[in-house]
Design a protein around this ligand. Sequence first.
Ligand SMILES: Cc1cc2nc3c(=O)[nH]c(=O)nc-3n(C[C@H](O)[C@H](O)[C@H](O)COP(=O)(O)OP(=O)(O)OC[C@H]3O[C@@H](n4cnc5c(N)ncnc54)[C@H](O)[C@@H]3O)c2cc1C
Length: 365
Amino acid sequence: MVADSPNMRRRGIAAPSHDEQNRSMAPVAIIGGGISGIAAAHELGRHRIATAIFEATPRLGGRVSTVERGPVRFDDGAQFIRTDTPMAAQLLLNDLPSDLLFDITREVLPFDRRGHIGPGDPAQNALPKWGYRGGLMVLPRLLAASSRARIHLGWPVASLTRSRIGWQVSGPRGEAGNFRAVLVTLPPMAARALAILDGSLTRAHGAPGKGTHRTIISVAFEPDSPPSAPAGAYAFVNTDRQHAISWLAFESAKPGHVPAGREVVVAQMAHDWSAPRLGLPDITIAAEAVALCSAFLKSRVVPRWAHVTRWAEALPDTTVTLSLDDEDGGLFFAGDAFAGGRVHLALESGLAAATRIRRQLDAQS
Ligand SMILES: Cc1cc2nc3c(=O)[nH]c(=O)nc-3n(C[C@H](O)[C@H](O)[C@H](O)COP(=O)(O)OP(=O)(O)OC[C@H]3O[C@@H](n4cnc5c(N)ncnc54)[C@H](O)[C@@H]3O)c2cc1C
């Protein structure tokens, strides 16, 4: 049984009765099943704290996504993972199964607004660029399996209401129950759509709602006759941010993704190109993007197929600083809005939030 702590009384939160504890599915609700949310569930699971993840879409992973088309697979969100930070390195390389991991050894080269390709940065290219043979989606799957979280897919959360024992989570699918702590891991626009009802006060939005993310449309296509990558590189990145293409990669550099003799090109289009085209049909977006890629590669590409993914909130423009006042009375925040737009940073943000939640639950017990 959990006794009232002075902290809880100060914030008007009572310890749950037996009935209330039984009605609650898990002490911690996690809103958003991207990497930061699943990493938090993994970390809480390691400490035997039960979690429930509520994910709006039918799949976990968020902006980590892999598409499969017969024998071909490609990553249409994040392209590779760094392990520049110690916790991400420990998790990816030691704690989780690493047999499907590989380092993309081919180089990334910069290009400018005219499409001129320059020499790669030796320091950046020396760092590992991790991928998974099964696609980057392997990472959220591994984290989810180890977390033992209850996972609710296709479950958009619409509101959080402060209740006697913490927070009540609700959405179009009804009320999910009461939770001692809630972790919100949404990018800014999604966070602004979440109603946070704190007694008589409605917070306009949570801390992540303060940021902005830029838009990327990702277009993947299989050329009828595979072009070879200039200078044998893996990918090209536009460094002056003046080109319509911000990133162009050859998926055959990733073992297990593309059968021999075939190629999948992944083009990520710049914000200024992508934002006004979000509402256009796939066929129009694909035709324009393939023409731009043909010009960049100096060879006319005829695609066998093309796949368009719209990332309205792709990467943070700026990073929001999370203050202690933002997290109050069992409401916590994580995600790349606070950490920076990289998988390993989102992951560390989820792990760090899990530690803050664990401390609060410990203080209350
Ligand atoms: C095109 C692209 C390329 C990238 N390339 C790289 C790269 O090469 N390397 C790298 O390290 N990083 C890259 N990134 C960045 C990286 O993918 C992200 O920083 C990271 O995945 C963000 O994780 P997150 O958990 O913070 O957010 P998300 O992955 O966005 O997770 C948030 C989740 O919340 C869900 N959600 C939204 N609203 C609700 C609601 N109301 N209720 C419930 N669920 C909701 C969303 O569906 C989503 O699953 C790339 C991103 C994009 C889009």
